[in-house]
Design a protein around this ligand. Structure first.
Ligand SMILES: Nc1nc(=O)c2c([nH]1)NC[C@@H]1CN(c3ccc(C(=O)N[C@@H](CCC(=O)O)C(=O)O)cc3)C=[N+]21
Length: 282
């Protein structure tokens, strides 16, 4: 048996095309400010991809680059100016920030109505309760992938590996909204296989190269790979041993070309929503 590959690249492209069409109907193009501190090479690649996506869909991108030795105060000044700038619809501070900075506190200073990453506690609070805030892009993209393959989430057992604030935890909330039964597992979970083998939907978001093996997967399961790691040859790989797992799974997302492009597509979508709200479309 061989799993069907979920083509995140194509699904993301369709979302970008819809976003582009809706953006063109606005009085003014949506604008996204991307703030990057320091010289993390991986961050530089992601930021470049985000700027390229903006150009493609008709979103104005504003790049702010600050030096590695930037102070919290300096970054806060930049965020304050972007908060107050009525032409800016979305503000993204690329993570990770340098160690000497206080990322948690800084993220809370972004105007929640411009927090297109969905990382502010205001949006986190909405996610956990009533909904309606910005949804974090990677978890939202995962739900879109499942919808794109017409996978009925309701009643399914979703097992999430990893409890980060940007993927695992918010994804659990979105899965609950879709009426899945959710199990969170993490580095302190004993007998992980006990849970993963029962998963209808298995999401790997732990940041360990090829960690999920074939003997951890229930036959026919949907396997979503959030990892972006480098393998022993420096090649991009996920948290799933894709070659082995695709013999067992029913569906699987590749790396690259799975969740990654969806994250960026949902960022474009969130920026559009912000612009629509700010231009009183809704
Ligand atoms: N404030 C903030 N928001 C983020 O959303 C955010 C962040 N910080 N910091 C880093 C992570 C990581 N992330 C990715 C986005 C796209 C790909 C992506 O497009 N990956 C391509 C491959 C890219 C490559 O070749 O390296 C793919 O999977 O096909 C990956 C990872 C967003 N992040």
């Amino acid at each position: 048996m061989s799993a069907q590959i979920i083509d995140g690249k194509a699904i993301a492209k369709a979302i970008r095309e819809k976003t582009k069409a809706a953006a063109a109907r606005l009085r003014r193009a949506p604008a996204l400010a991307v703030v990057m501190v320091g010289e993390n090479p991986a961050s530089a690649v992601y930021v470049r991809n985000k700027v390229r996506a903006c150009n493609e869909v008709g979103i104005t991108s504003i790049e702010h680059r600050l030096p590695q030795d930037c102070t919290d105060e300096r970054l806060l000044e930049v965020i304050k100016a972007l908060n107050e700038d009525a032409t800016v619809d979305g503000i993204l501070v690329q993570l990770p920030l340098p160690e000497h900075m206080h990322a948690g506190l800084i993220l809370e200073t972004i105007d929640p109505n411009k927090d297109v990453d969905g990382f502010h506690i205001y949006n986190t609070g909405k996610l956990v309760t009533t909904g309606g805030g910005f949804k974090p892009c990677t978890p939202a993209g995962i739900i879109e992938l499942l919808k794109a393959i017409d996978y009925p989430i309701e009643g399914k057992h979703a097992v999430i590996l990893g409890r980060s604030n940007i993927v695992g935890k918010p994804l659990a909330m979105l899965m609950l909204q879709e009426n899945a039964t959710v199990t969170m597992t993490h580095s302190h979970t004993p007998n992980l296989k006990h849970y993963t083998l029962d998963a209808d939907i298995l999401v790997a978001a732990i940041g360990r190269a090829k960690y999920v093996k074939a003997d951890m997967v229930k036959p026919g399961a949907v396997v979503i790979d959030v990892g972006t790691n480098r393998d022993e040859n420096g090649k991009l790989c996920g948290d799933v041993d894709t070659q082995a797992v695709q013999e067992v799974a029913g569906w699987i997302t590749p790396v690259p070309g799975g969740v990654g492009p969806m994250t960026i597509a949902m960022l474009m979508h969130n920026t559009l929503i912000s612009a629509q709200k700010r231009q009183n479309i809704f």
